[in-house]
Design a binder for this molecule. Structure first.
Ligand SMILES: [Zn+2]
Length: 367
């Protein structure tokens, strides 16, 4: 039974605090990642935070988007994939030159919140999806005339709230694949509104406006999920031990990114006090659930176990995604990413393949 894995990278800077140059935060780690992926012949799918690049442009800050655009073109040239990742709040973000910090209207963090009525949300979403798609299309068309921007990953997994409207907008604007869903993830923070419980019991399925993300349709937007699983007691304990081991013994370079910047949901984003940071990390240690998101605590083994458990849950031809963020990458994390690939290859020698997300439909023999 065919197993396609999309190695994906959310290509974005930190949402609040960027303490070093964008080059150091994003471009340079991506260069290292690409080189490593190519050494194992793994294609990477980059989900580019398009609204961010456009915002830099609009504010006359040219250097970063120019570097990023060159890198995205280079990725495509080298056989990788580039698709769309939307963090809509960038459109309204304000930059403080002195502190190098960004500030936003928190209500604009999710597409489903960017209007006061359904009609307004829908038309705003169509506008954002159209403009960002056009941006990638015109950037990458000169590199490859066959390039199509057809896949979408919501910022902060935020295909909710208003998933029906967002799916309708995705269809209207010509997207055919979504990769925002990590089955089982429930994330209700100041910024996120995610409830991915009670999804159809299928490895991949089609979604339409009617029924939203909780209903499987005969056709529509194909979901390529970020594989996830709840941990059985044995694996739960094993996972805690492994994470603790990594926290204590792993090269502290896995946490070096904290010197480079901070995000939204973790206390680390706010340069909070040590106690808050410790609380965050403790919480992540005891999570009874795991998904294919490469973090400082991930190991090739932990990622592999999650993937196998996901496979065993469905036992059908499938395509799922594993996710990393350039901004938090370290060399040891990149090695775990590659290690995961090698383990998959070993376990499923004839059925496993690392693919680009735009190949997902043909991989599953869909039209
Ligand atoms: Zn993101």
């Amino acid at each position: 039974m065919a197993i396609g894995v999309v190695f994906s990278n959310d290509y974005e800077i930190f949402m609040i605090r960027n303490s070093v140059s964008e080059n150091e935060i994003l471009i340079e780690p991506t260069t290292r990642l690409l080189k490593a992926m190519e050494s194992e012949e793994i294609p990477l799918t980059i989900f580019a935070d398009t609204e961010c690049l456009l915002r830099f442009r609009n504010l006359g800050m040219e250097e970063f988007p120019q570097q990023a655009e060159e890198q995205l073109k280079d990725c495509l040239r080298r056989g990788h994939d580039v698709q769309n990742h939307v963090h809509p709040h960038w459109r309204y973000a304000l930059y403080d030159q002195k502190t190098r910090a960004w500030s936003y209207d928190e209500n604009k963090f999710l597409l489903g919140n960017v209007g006061n009525s359904d009609l307004e949300i829908y038309s705003q979403t169509v506008k954002v999806l159209t403009e960002t798609k056009k941006y990638l299309q015109s950037l990458l068309d000169p590199v490859d005339a066959n390039y199509r921007c057809i896949a979408y990953r919501a910022g902060g997994y935020g295909i909710q709230p208003k998933d029906s409207l967002i799916l309708k907008a995705l269809e209207t604007t010509g997207y055919t694949i979504d990769s925002s869903i990590a089955p089982g993830l429930v994330l209700k923070t100041k910024f996120n509104r995610v409830d991915f419980s009670n999804l159809p019991h299928l490895a991949n399925y089609f979604m339409k406006a009617q029924g939203g993300i909780h209903s499987s349709q005969p056709e529509g937007i194909l979901e390529v999920p970020i594989a996830a699983t709840s941990l059985l007691p044995f694996y739960y304990v094993k996972n805690i031990v492994r994470k603790l081991h990594r926290k204590v013994f792993a090269k502290s370079e896995a946490y070096e990114w904290l010197n480079r910047g901070g995000g939204l949901n973790t206390a680390e984003g706010y340069s909070a006090n040590r106690w808050e940071v410790l609380k965050d990390r403790t919480k992540s240690l005891f999570q009874p659930w795991s998904y294919l998101n490469l973090g400082p605590d991930s190991t090739a083994d932990s990622l592999f176990e999650t993937a196998v458990s996901y496979y065993q849950r469905f036992r059908q031809p499938m395509v799922f995604s594993i996710l990393c963020h350039s901004k938090t990458l370290s060399n040891s994390m990149i090695q775990e990413f590659l290690g995961f690939h090698r383990k998959m290859k070993q376990k499923f020698p004839s059925t496993y393949r690392a693919i680009r997300i735009s190949e997902a439909r043909s991989f599953l023999n869909l039209t």
